[in-house]
Write a protein that binds this ligand. Sequence first.
Ligand code: 5AD
Ligand code: FES
Length: 363
Amino acid sequence: MSNVNESGCNREGFELIDRLESEGKLNKNEFVRLLSLRDGSLMEYAAKKADALRRKYYDDKVFTRGLIEVSSYCKNDCLYCGLRRSSRDAQRYRLSDDEIMACCKEGYEMGYRTFVLQGGEDAFFTDEHVCSLVSSIKEKYPDCAVTLSIGEKERDSYQAYFDAGADRYLLRHETYDPEHYKKLHPKEMSRDHRIKCLYDLKEIGYQVGCGIMVGAPYQTFENIADDLLFMKEFKPHMVGIGPFIPAHDTPFASFKQGTLEETLFLLSIIRLLLPDVLLPATTALGTINPIGRELGFKAGANVVMPNLSPTSVRKKYAIYDNKICTEEGAGDCKGCLSGRVTNSGYRLVTERGDHITKTSGDS
Ligand code: 5AD
Ligand code: FES
């Protein structure tokens, strides 16, 4: 069998990328092999093909989603997260409805047509509260999509938010492997419940995003291969991946961070696996490398989620250390990203940017 050592070029890797492109899938062993064969030439080859595919489906557009970080309180204790309930260093805040509406207004005036309300699992945001917020936003801005990213809930709650007008939901599955999931989460959380939430959301009719942290503690190539197989099966509308970045005052504070290279390679693989998926170049990618997001676009990413949160709270939404964009205001991030996107050869757009094949629940 040819491989990178024998042939002097990464023939086996190139062949796997070709097959992933033509068949839209590989089996678990092949994914593991592909991940282990990563080198500069293979990354470049995969990125070229990923870029061609994103252009085929979405042209040169990079979609924007205005991110409003509504609460840094969280009842969960995920071992990797700086906002876990055990973190004494975490500064807690929650935005009032007026503050959230003010963020939407500012975003709307800058052209944004998608608002993402993201927060920890905070009991203060009851179902009634979330529904009232969602319906206020939809009433005021009927042309906008509202995305929720507020964690695991019961199906009835998801249904209520949907009925109130929520269009999309982001819930990273974090890892498909139940054993790996246990290593990253406290006992009371389970992989099965996480995955059930994702299927509930999809059945209700949301456009759904799942995803993982690249280089998460204890993550193996086998784990990532399982994640890719799950993504193929689940068919998410969006996949959010970013490097794991240690957060101080967490059990993983001294673990090593995920790499730029592995994240970029995975972005390309996911684009080849799910050609029409919405794929953000995440803030975490921009945090580990000054041009991480630009490289992300070139590797197949086609979404950015600029921060719309009030500058006064940005530092407090510290899921990991050294997060970028905490001193800036909404206008700064828009200007900054627009330049970064243009310089990478793409076009920043603020339209709603729905996934091209909507779920059956959508009109
Ligand atoms: N590094 C990178 N990403 C993180 N997340 C949480 N903690 C970290 C960290 N330390 C990601 C998780 C979560 C999303 C909101 O942020 O994947 O789902
Ligand atoms: Fe916020 Fe660059 S995106 S400053």
